[in-house]
Design a protein around this ligand. Sequence first.
Ligand code: SF4
Length: 91
Amino acid sequence: MDPADKLSLDVFRNDQESHIIIRQEICSTCELKPCLSICPAGLYSVSEETGEILIEYTGCLECGSCRIACPSGALEWHYPRGGFGVQYRYG
Ligand code: SF4
């Protein structure tokens, strides 16, 4: 099965609040911004209006890659509250 097809089987139960907070005052000092390329779900983007990094937390796979890759510690990252987040199907 194609990886994209497998991902489409996952189910998300989204909380009202994001479990990933970007501290923009720190993030704005980062030149590399590895979050834009490391997220396997492509959830990080740059705001065309403000130039700030945005996160679409509702599709998070909870892999933790962005937390580890962020060189400046700009992310407050924790797992979603119990009952929320991704439910993997077929591994
Ligand atoms: Fe993307 Fe993984 Fe970070 Fe979620 S934890 S935003 S899937 S890199």
